[in-house]
Every structure is written in structure tokens, then in C-alpha cells.
Design a protein around this ligand. Structure first.
Ligand code: LLP
Length: 393
């Protein structure tokens, strides 16, 4: 059950829906990741696309991590929240000219380049400004992440990264471009990876081959960026609140050969922030349908789209029944839905929950990553605000 420190009446006085962040859990997660990264000499760049709340960015910056950004606005926000520009990577298949200029002017650590076409544009813009752009080439490793097709990125048919047919061309272009400084290679196979040892071992094998390929062509690979993807336990967030960074980094350390002068980087998003966030929503109606009961919430797919978009599972809890009524015994089976005029606006079907009444507060757990950032104003519903556990109410 979500732990809340508001006595017997949690979250009174807050407008629903809102995102609630357990800042203590965030700190424990950052600490665990930082410890493991120190043990194995691996540098962490937080994939801020997962959650760009200012308080969260500040906490991650204070932990000493860098950032994996995917837009000019993310770069500007990371700088504003205290990240050192030299620790910022800039990824994405569609970097615009103005975003490239922002990155150049801030002096970021590296552009993660996704095509030869993009390398050409970055080289041109850097030259025009009299600058040299640090670049990592994102290589499509062709490794199956065994995850949802919408979050698999490392297969040959995905739009991401330079495909193997273009490796020669990319290497030759970077070598011959005086306004580019080759830093290294970047990989990313997918997201919500649970077969940690197997998938990341395969990624390491493939990365080692590709490092050799580029070095044989006279490019010194001083940085190897293994991407993100470590999964979290959506089924049981209380049992596994902090993901297993140790196994991830140990696997990389074991299977990725590296010289003393080579840095290894990773870009976790979800693993750092998913478990600390919950979407708190109020029951508007308990509706008796044909052969089923609907729990209709005031939060919907506009606030958290993961169930509608990916069929993603999120644990759901009735906080009022637990904290206020202590309604332990009585439970019912509900379809938990939002108010949006779309059949896909469903958080869960046939879910056993404590008996729920109109006005109850419900927590949708593990929503700290790809929750708020993917929300929309569909149906002209407002955006959910943020409440932090260390704020006084
Ligand atoms: N690096 C790159 C190049 C990426 O594309 C991503 C995520 C990450 C790092 C961070 O991956 P993570 O550690 O968070 O798995 N909206 C989807 C997830 C999309 C992931 C996109 N790329 C979801 O809600 O599951």
C-alpha cells in the first residue's frame, strides 16, 4: 500500500487528480544507483524524458548524474535545474537546426547522432559557429529486448540509430569532418527490460564488436554509452521499490571489454523515477454496468496514457478504504476507467479492489516515469499537478 504521511485522512485539501512523489524513495533509488555506478565505474545520465518535474531534476542533479536529453527544451531545463552541460547528451532522430544551436551554445557533452544526414547538418552548423561538436554515433545493435513492441528500439526495422549498411559511410564522414570530434558509440535496445542479464549481455557482445569495427577504421572510441532500459516491478512496487542497478552494472562490467581510457555510460529513465510516483485520483461514480462494476475516476488517459497505449499494468489501491474506513475485508471486482470519451480510457479491467465509494481516493502506482510527461489536455481536462511527500500540507 502506498505509504502516506498525512495521518488518517490522506491528501485532504488537494485537487484531484494529481501526481504524488515519494521523495524519500526517490533519494533511496538515486543513492542505490549512485553506489552501484561507483562500484563499477559506470556514469549515469538520467533520461529526463521519463519525468522532467523540476524537483526531480534537482534531486538527480544533486546526486551527481548527467542527463540524456531529447530536445532543445530539455537541454535548457537541465541547465536551469543545475546539471553541468558537459554531462548532457543530446539524442533523438529529429534534432532541428535551432535545437542543435542550443546544444552547441551550451557546450553539451555529446550529440548522440542517429543518421549520416544528421552528422552532416551538425558538422555544418558547428563549422558555421566556429565550433567543434562532440559526437557519439548511435548504432542500432540489432538486439531483441524481449519487451513491448512500442518500446523496442534496437531492432533493424526501428527508426533509431545508424543502420549497419551505413556504418562505413558514418565512420568515413566523421573522420573527414574537422568540425566534429568523435567521442564514441551509443546503444539502446529498449525499455522495461526484465531479462536483465540476458539482454544486456547480448548488448555488450554486440557493442564490443562494433567498438572494434569503428576503431579499425581509425576512430578512437573513448566513450561507450549502453543506453537505458532497466525495468521496474509494476506488479508489486512495495516488494521491489528500488530496481536492481547492481545486476545491470555487474552484467555490463562482466561482458563489455573496455580499456582503462574508455568510459562507460548508461541512460536510465524509468528505473530512477517510476516507483516514486503515483497518480492520485478520486472516484466520481461507482457505476453498475451489465455484468460488471465500473469505478469511474476523475483522472483518465489524458493524465496517464500507459494502460491505453501499451496495455500497461499499474497496481491500483483504494487509499480511503485503507486509511479512512479501514475496510480490510470487503472487496469487489471493478473495471477502473477514466472520464475521457474514448473506449481505450481504461486503467484496469476485472481488478479486485477494496469496496469503493463515490469520493474515495485511488492511487495508481508506479506512475513516476512516462506518466505526467505524456499527459495531454484532451477533452479540455486540466493537467494533473504535483505533490511532493516532503511538502507540508
Ligand atoms: N536512452 C534512449 C536512447 C531512449 O530512447 C530511452 C527511452 C532511454 C534511454 C530511457 O529508457 P528507460 O531507462 O526509461 O527504459 N513511454 C514508454 C517508454 C518509452 C521509452 C523511450 N526511450 C513507456 O511508458 O513505457
Amino acid at each position: 500500500m502506498l505509504q502516506v504521511d498525512y495521518g488518517s485522512k490522506p491528501f485532504q485539501g488537494h485537487n484531484t487528480p494529481f501526481y504524488y512523489y515519494d521523495m524519500d524513495l526517490l533519494q533511496r533509488t538515486l543513492h542505490s544507483a549512485a553506489e552501484a555506478s561507483r562500484r563499477y565505474g559506470i556514469k549515469i545520465h538520467y533520461a529526463m524524458k521519463a519525468n522532467s518535474e523540476q524537483r526531480i531534476l534537482e534531486a538527480v542533479a544533486t546526486a551527481g548524474f548527467g542527463v540524456d536529453s531529447v530536445s532543445g527544451n530539455e537541454i535548457l531545463e537541465a541547465c536551469r535545474c543545475g546539471f553541468d552541460p558537459s554531462g548532457i547528451f543530446f539524442a533523438g532522430v529529429g534534432k532541428t537546426d535551432s535545437e542543435i544551436d542550443i546544444a552547441l551554445s551550451k557546450g553539451i557533452g555529446a550529440f548522440n547522432c542517429e543518421s549520416v544526414e544528421e552528422l552532416e547538418i551538425i558538422a555544418g552548423r558547428a563549422a558555421a559557429h566556429g565550433l567543434v561538436a562532440p559526437v557519439q554515433i548511435r548504432v542500432n545493435p540489432g538486439v531483441d529486448a524481449h519487451t513491448h513492441k512500442y518500446v523496442t528500439t534496437g531492432l533493424a526495422e526501428n527508426k533509431f540509430g545508424v543502420a549497419s549498411v551505413d556504418f562505413e559511410r558514418a565512420a568515413a564522414f566523421v573522420k573527414g569532418a574537422p568540425s566534429l570530434r568523435f567521442v564514441g558509440l551509443q546503444f539502446h535496445v529498449g525499455s522495461q527490460i526484465l531479462d536483465v542479464e540476458e539482454v544486456f549481455r547480448d548488448e555488450c557482445y554486440r557493442a564490443a564488436e562494433l567498438v572494434d569495427f569503428f576503431e579499425e577504421r581509425g576512430l578512437r572510441v573513448s566513450s561507450i554509452d549502453m543506453g537505458g532500459g532497466l525495468g521496474v516491478d509494476y506488479e508489486d512496487p512495495d516488494e521491489n521499490p528500488v530496481p536492481d542497478f547492481e545486476t545491470w552494472f555487474r552484467t555490463i562490467d562482466r561482458y563489455l571489454p573496455r580499456r582503462i581510457d574508455q568510459e562507460v555510460h548508461v541512460e536510465p529513465g524509468r528505473a530512477l523515477v517510476a516507483q516514486c510516483g503515483s497518480l492520485i485520483s478520486r472516484v466520481v461514480y461507482v457505476k453498475k454496468g451489465v455484468g460488471r462494476n465500473f469505478l469511474i475516476l476523475d483522472g483518465g488517459m489524458n493524465n496517464l496514457i500507459r494502460p491505453a497505449l501499451y496495455g500497461a499494468y499499474h497496481k491500483i489501491e483504494n487509499l480511503t478504504a485503507h486509511y479512512v474506513r479501514e475496510d480490510e475485508e470487503k472487496s469487489c471486482v471493478y473495471d477502473v476507467v477514466g472520464p475521457i470519451c474514448e473506449s481505450a480510457d481504461v486503467f484496469a479491467t476485472g481488478r479486485q479492489l477494496r469496496r469503493s465509494l463515490r469520493g474515495d481516493l485511488v492511487a495508481i502506482r508506479s506512475a513516476g516515469a512516462y506518466g505526467s510527461v505524456m499527459s495531454s489536455a484532451y477533452n479540455m481536462r486540466g493537467f494533473a499537478g504535483a505533490v511532493f511527500s516532503d511538502q507540508t500540507v
